[in-house]
Write a protein that binds this ligand. Structure first.
Ligand SMILES: *Cc1c(COP(=O)(O)O)cnc(C)c1O
Length: 397
């Protein structure tokens, strides 16, 4: 997954364009720029890559999710359904706009279980936030249907899935709004950065204004711009966009390497009868950012995770036992350890977390090992890694 492994002259050239004219901000200063509009150019590149009408760059993936929720008018007291397996940014963003995150089980895609989503819908549900974890996707047809039938929005967090697709639609372009991250460990990076994508002009205009203090961006005099509504600062800088502009042009190359490396590891592991792989829905094409597989039970997965580490195989995660991506270890959420007071409504809205049974998610995450696909492995390293992984896993199951 990490685009940070491969960068060089193209990134430097774009960054130097920005430094040479000194305009580090994406808006205004038209006369000083020598025609360099890195953020705007990156937005156009992303529109083409993601086949969406509108792209708004922002400062991070977390900002993208926050802006997407705000742009869709989601706020205090609204419920947003999200998966138990994701990144903490999902509930952070939902809570930031004052809405209530409703965590529900995943299925063998490692994405939201459409049945669990259906069961969690109440009169307060405004959106479902599907998270396309580790480069693959949930059962999107079923989720789209549930959302349509219940008249709720589908927000797609595709921060980990640029380059994946479903029925030939890029992941991130299927929901009403899609979100991307270009942080340092994503497939392409800006250092820090993110994007909101949509085909809906209103959501786009809202994102454009909201991410820049509510500025309407009409005319070229920033002081004369009006504020149709309140906003915040989630802007990306030109320096970050410059790096991203070089990276996005290399996306097909990155995806090709990812796919090759993934395939070598998967083919090797397929020899082991006890190893199964996450379900990719029919019509789905992974981005191949991670290889996710299941072992027979929690204990064999624990043994495998430990043994892989001991054998020097880095980048294989057992999310059940780490704090990163799974509800089991999110004490700060479950105990609502907020630095500042949170509303009574939100507190009450989160109280379900103490009593809800997430054993369905435990069954998948407990047995899952998730291996980051690096782009810098040589063929020799890749082959050795594959052989070693097979040896280790055979030994511990
Ligand atoms: C990385 C990530 C984010 C947040 O992105 P940042 O740019 O790090 O803020 C959100 N959701 C998922 C699924 C991610 O992997």
């Amino acid at each position: 997954m990490p685009g940070f492994e491969l960068f060089g002259q193209a990134e430097r050239t774009h960054v130097n364009d920005v430094l040479d004219n000194g305009v580090l901000m994406r808006y205004g200063f038209d006369g000083m720029r020598n025609g360099h509009w890195k953020s705007k150019e990156l937005e156009v590149e992303l529109q083409n890559t993601l086949k969406t009408s509108y792209v708004q760059l922002v400062s991070s993936g977390t900002a993208a999710v926050s802006v997407a929720l705000a742009a869709a008018g989601i706020g205090a007291g609204d419920e947003v359904i999200m998966p138990t397996f994701t990144f903490v940014a999902s509930f952070e963003a939902i809570m930031m706009v004052g809405a209530i995150p409703v965590l529900v089980d995943i299925d063998d895609t490692l994405g939201l279980d459409p049945m669990a989503v259906k069961a969690a819908i109440t009169s307060k549900t405004k959106a479902v936030m599907v998270v396309q974890m580790c480069g693959s996707m949930a059962h999107m047809d079923a989720l789209c249907k549930v959302c349509e039938e219940n008249n709720i929005l589908l927000i797609e967090d595709a921060c980990q899935a640029i380059g994946g697709s479903y029925n030939n639609k890029p992941l991130g372009s299927i929901g009403d709004l899609g979100c991307f991250s270009f942080d340092f460990v994503k497939t392409i990076t800006c250092g820090e950065g993110g994007a909101v994508v949509t085909n809906n002009k209103d959501y786009y205009m809202n994102s454009d204004h909201f991410s820049d203090h509510g500025h309407d961006h009409v005319g070229s005099d920033r002081g004369a711009e009006s504020h149709p509504f309140l906003g915040y600062n989630f802007r990306i800088s030109e320096l970050h966009a410059a790096v991203g502009l070089a990276q996005v042009k290399r996306l097909p190359e990155f995806l090709g390497i990812q796919r090759h490396n993934y395939t070598v590891l998967r083919t090797a592991l397929s020899q082991i009868p006890e190893v199964t792989f996450r379900t990719v829905p029919n019509g789905g094409e992974e981005s191949y950012a991670f290889l996710n597989f299941f072992l027979p039970d929690l204990e064999s997965s624990r043994r495998a995770s430990k043994a892989l580490k001991e054998a020097g195989i880095d980048g294989c995660f057992h999310y059940y036992d780490n704090n990163w991506h799974y509800i089991r270890k999110w004490e700060h959420l479950k105990e609502m350890k907020s630095l500042f007071p949170i509303s009574k409504e939100l507190k009450e809205g989160l109280s379900y977390l103490e009593s809800t049974d997430f054993s369905q998610s435990d069954r998948y995450i407990g047995r899952n090992i998730s291996c980051l696909i690096k782009l810098s492995w040589t063929e020799d390293e890749l082959k050795k890694r594959a052989d070693k992984m097979v040896d280790v896993i055979k030994r511990v199951i």
